[in-house]
Write a protein that binds this ligand. Structure first.
Ligand SMILES: Nc1ncnc2c1ncn2[C@@H]1O[C@H](COP(=O)(O)OP(=O)(O)OP(=O)(O)O)[C@@H](O)[C@H]1O
Ligand SMILES: [Mg+2]
Length: 283
């Protein structure tokens, strides 16, 4: 059974746990946030669990493009009725990708971003989390108000950087800000294009940024650019590539950590139950 079945419309836990929310963000534009968010979402579907993808880059979102989707609706269409919306109504606005990912696209014009008020973000996330195991949120560069709201709600924040000096410098500032806001414990560092030629070497990045470890995604410019251009995630059609393997590993890590706390059998195994009963009856 999907654990999300035990939740009410608001996504609040009715004894169970809501889906897990993962926000992909970064201090700079063009460092691979969308490539990572889209491929991570699709990689997670290979595990037979329910995955949602929300385009939180409200001005220039391109999740739909990256998945070759042609949305009839976007988050802008959800906004007017948000007060009365339940998860069944919201489901009608989600676009179904062939992988199984259910995506909610960003508004199709930058000026519509202002229509997505905090109350819309709040409820959309809660309603999606009520019906999904994971909600991946892609975001635009930096820390606009909407990204800060996603970050606050997130269970895990993936901060993406590359090895470029400007990326490292701005990532440091972003990580400092997240720490000041009290989000250090849920922040993970991701070094994208980690195998690219650079003065800064990938293994040194965690120390430079004050982290113990990081996840690494190799540099495969042609493959990733082609994937984004044609709208086919590389984890689908280039599953054996090094870059896809890195994303699968990330998905594996996410799930194995969560399996321990959520996906385990609710009442324990038959033997555990039997043992529990026996030990009760003997006391
Ligand atoms: N692992 C990688 N190896 C090589 N190139 C990559 C990799 N990841 C991303 N890229 C390239 O970087 C560019 C930007 O990628 P992407 O659109 O995912 O970045 P972004 O951070 O979402 O940008 P924006 O801030 O504009 O939304 C693309 O040309 C993409 O092909
Ligand atoms: Mg992007």
């Amino acid at each position: 059974m999907n654990h999300a079945d035990t939740m009410n419309d608001e996504g609040q836990t009715g004894g169970g746990k809501r889906g897990e929310m993962i926000v992909v963000c970064g201090a700079k534009g063009g460092i691979g946030k969308t490539a990572m968010a889209v491929n991570l979402a699709v990689a997670l579907t290979k595990k037979n669990i329910h995955i949602g993808l929300l385009d939180g880059d409200l001005q220039f979102g391109d999740v739909a493009l990256a998945l070759d989707l042609h949305p009839t609706f976007t988050i802008k269409d959800v906004a007017p009725d948000i007060e009365t919306m339940d998860r069944y109504a919201l489901a009608g606005f989600l676009i179904h990708h062939s992988s199984g990912v259910k995506a909610l696209a960003a508004p199709d014009r930058p000026e519509f971003a202002d229509l997505i008020k905090p109350s819309v973000i709040e409820r959309v996330c809660d309603l999606m989390l009520a019906q999904l195991d994971y909600l991946i949120v892609d975001t635009g560069a930096g820390l606009p108000e909407s990204t800060l709201q996603f970050i606050e709600k997130a269970d895990q924040i993936f901060v993406v950087t590359t090895l470029e000096m400007t990326a490292i410098k701005n990532t440091k500032l972003m990580l400092d800000t997240l720490e000041l806001l009290g989000y250090r414990d849920k922040t993970q560092l991701v070094v994208n294009r980690a195998t690219m030629e650079s003065v800064i070497k990938a293994p040194d990045v965690p120390e430079i940024l004050g982290f113990e470890s990081a996840m690494y995604i190799p540099n495969e410019p042609q493959l990733v650019a082609q994937s984004l251009n044609v709208g086919i995630p590389f984890v689908s059609n280039q599953a054996k590539s090094e870059v896809a393997k890195a994303i699968f590993k990330m998905a594996e890590q996410l799930i194995s950590r969560r399996e321990i706390s959520v996906f385990k059998p609710r009442h324990g195994s038959f033997l555990q139950q039997l043992f529990h009963k026996t030990s009760k009856s003997t006391t």
